[in-house]
Each structure stands twice: as C-alpha cells, then as structure tokens.
Design a binder for this molecule. Sequence first.
Ligand SMILES: [Zn+2]
Length: 132
Amino acid sequence: MERPCPICDVPLLFMERYPWAVCNECAEDTVTRDLQPISFYNESHWGGFLSIVNGSRGTSHDCYIRGIPCYAEEARFGGIVVSRILDGSKQAILEAEAPDPLKDQCAESTRDAEGEGVESVCEGPTDRSEDP
Ligand SMILES: [Zn+2]
C-alpha cells in the first residue's frame, strides 16, 4: 500500500503506525524554528532519542521541513521517523506512545455529554467502586 509523502508527494510505503511520516529526503531537510539545521538520531544501539543542532545534543522533537511543522520521534523498530503535524496528528502520535485508557474514557464521556454542563466528570477518578 502506498500514499504520497505529506511534504513532497513522492509515493511512499504506508505505515499504519506513522500515517504522516515524510520520505527520507524530506526527513533530511529538517530545521528548527530559527532555521538552524536539526538532525535526529538514536541515542545508542538499543534506542533512545536525541536531536543535534549546531553540534549540540538535545531532545527536541519539533522541527520544520520547508516551513511545514513536523515532529520527529524514535521509530518503534529503531531509527527515526519524522511526521508532518496536521489536524491533531501530533496528539495521535503522543497517545500512541503513551496510551491512557482513563483519558480515552474521559474523552468519550465528554463527547456523549456534550452541552450538558458536566465537565467535572474529567476532574479525577472519584468513582473507583467498579474497578477490579
Ligand atoms: Zn518527501
């Protein structure tokens, strides 16, 4: 299955886990907000994430490709994936990294109770009686 690179439209293999991943060439064009070239690496052979700007190591995930906001992360099976950020895709990336079932439940109930003035359902796990 293929889909176009979200930056330059070349055909790319579609990865379900990284639906907005950019192609390798775009991933080499990353810059910071100040237009300094930024590159991303695994910290070691067994993973980890680091970014390098002007020879300085950091942990910044945010970058830009041709002025388009993107997000770099450690790929699940090694290496680095750079994805374009659009329509909440960054949020999707973050949730995929750290699933939070309670938060999902909360989002559901908020949606169901839309306009009913029950925002307080999201304030905390006050009702634990049905938990195992
Ligand atoms: Zn591209």
